[in-house]
Design a protein around this ligand. Structure first.
Ligand SMILES: [Zn+2]
Length: 232
């Protein structure tokens, strides 16, 4: 993929995130990666979505060295880069402080998989990281946040659960592209909201049973997926 194309795609994804209502002010950021060239394109720091154009998008290599762009990259760039270095198949990352997902993150609780809406997108609960240590806060905070996420997925599959809650902070999501990362943020916010209401109505609500989880997740994402329209 050409860099201009990646910058345009990342710009469009950032604007889509803004229009989805999941971000206020300049909070939130989306990035995308060109795996062939190992270049990451990301929203600049503190620039309003209203005035964002693809020319503002900053391009860096995986070590965080700026390759293109006049502006400073998002302050969360090191978290994004840590995800790209460790989750080898992903093509995009999104971060928001969306209300319902952030409420779960602030409660330091994973979002249980209570129903089929959740199971359509994520193959099980959305995990919550540990609370970042004081040394992590004093040190390279955004990099340490990335490491916390990677650590949370040591025993999980980042391909079937494309989101995480960073404890006391908010959600990160990812996908095969910047656009899919945004789609995951939107889906996550919806399931976070429904899960909260479900737990209010019945705090003893149980995780969806395995057979129903499998049915809903695998009919969309399994090797014999049949949901939607055939591609090509
Ligand atoms: Zn944040």
């Amino acid at each position: 993929m050409g860099i201009e194309r990646l910058k345009k795609e990342v710009c469009r994804a950032n604007i889509k995130l803004y229009r989805s209502g999941l971000v206020t002010s300049t909070f939130g950021n989306v990035s995308g990666i060109d795996r062939e060239r190992s270049l990451v394109a990301i929203k600049p720091s503190g620039v309003s979505y209203e005035s964002l154009t693809y020319r503002d998008i900053v391009v860096l290599n995986l070590d965080g060295v700026k390759i293109e762009g006049k502006l400073n990259p998002s302050s969360d760039t090191k978290t994004h880069l840590e995800l790209y270095r460790n989750f080898k198949d992903i093509g995009g990352v999104a971060h928001t402080h969306s209300t319902f997902a952030t409420a779960w993150a602030q409660s330091c609780k994973p979002i249980p998989c209570l129903g089929t809406t959740h199971a359509d997108f994520f193959y099980g609960e959305i995990p919550c990281t540990d609370v970042i240590s004081d040394s992590g806060i004093k040190g390279d905070y955004e990099l340490e946040t990335g490491k916390l996420i990677v650590n949370t997925f040591k025993s999980r599959d980042y391909d079937s659960i494309k989101a995480v809650l960073v404890a006391c902070h908010g959600p990160f999501s990812w996908g095969v592209s910047a656009d899919e990362a945004v789609e995951m943020s939107i889906a996550l916010e919806d399931i976070a909201k429904v899960a909260m209401f479900t737990m209010i109505i019945n705090s003893q609500s149980l995780n969806i049973k395995k057979s129903l989880l499998d049915k809903h997740y695998l009919r969309k994402h399994g090797k014999d997926a049949y949901y939607g329209q055939k591609k090509g």
